[in-house]
Write a protein of this length. Structure first.
Length: 259
């Protein structure tokens, strides 16, 4: 978190940069006969947003009204400072597309490149484990005997996960109450086993060995510093005890509409 002093310096720097941009923009638009007064008003609005109690909310509203590249750039700054790196990248890209001057496009490009590298490193340290679901493809339609796990589980947990952005950006595995931890494309056949209540469920010893030693397409679960579980509280509590035995932590990650 930025200190008050550092944040103040950042705001002053942002306002100076904004004023410089607006000044150059004023010349550009004036040549096209567009009223300078409108640009001056934009400068005032941007300054007010940066000094407001909720800069992000103010900037988002201003961007919706103006579709201005420099406003998008400052939204990226605010998002970056609050740790929302992926959202910041999106707005830096909007800024790059809209900023008229090459030197300002270059500033946006540098921010994009820097954050994409940072996000890439972060993604390699994070693993998501998504729970199996009671609903499976064989109960809904005729299907082959073996189906890739991510297609076999048709409950809302898996459906919502596959639609999420994180499914495309982070490495992930599936937790099966029969097979344990498996890759999303691992073929499975139909079964009806509950992790906690069924005697045929995968054992904790098997899960522990998988966490510590199993190679999942070039990585081990134990390689990750942060592991998130997407699924029910009951399954999470039992899995958490296994991760504790492996001297690892696992956190629950909630998606809307989970089974």
């Amino acid at each position: 978190m930025l200190s008050v002093t550092a944040n103040t310096r950042l705001l002053k720097k942002a306002v100076r940069a904004s004023n410089a941009f607006i000044s150059e923009t004023r010349v550009r638009v004036s040549e096209k006969g567009i009223a300078v007064r409108a640009v001056d008003a934009g400068n005032i609005c941007l300054t007010e947003c940066l000094n407001s109690k909720n800069p992000l909310s103010c900037l988002l509203k201003l961007f919706k009204e103006t579709d201005d590249g420099w406003v998008a750039f400052h939204i990226g700054n605010v998002l970056k400072d609050t740790g929302k790196l992926e959202e910041a990248i999106e707005y830096y890209k909007k800024a790059y597309e809209r900023l008229p001057l090459p030197k300002y496009k270059e500033i946006a490009r540098v921010e994009i490149e820097k954050l994409e590298k940072l996000v890439g490193r972060t993604n390699k340290n994070v693993l998501f484990i998504v729970s199996c679901t009671r609903k499976k493809i064989w109960g809904e339609k005729n299907a082959p005997k073996y189906v890739p796990a991510k297609e076999a589980y048709t409950g809302s947990t898996m459906r919502n996960w596959l639609k999420s952005k994180k499914a495309k950006k982070y490495p992930w595995l599936i937790f099966s109450s029969k097979y344990g931890f498996i890759e999303p494309d691992h073929p499975i056949r139909n079964y009806d086993i509950h992790f906690i209540r069924s005697p045929g469920a995968v054992s904790e010893e098997t899960l522990l060995r998988q966490i510590l030693y199993h190679d999942f397409d070039g990585f081990k679960i134990a390689d990750f510093s942060r592991v998130y579980f997407v699924g029910s509280e009951d399954y999470f509590r039992k899995l958490k005890s296994v991760f504790m035995r492996a001297e690892m932590e696992v956190e629950i990650y909630e998606l809307p509409g989970e089974d």
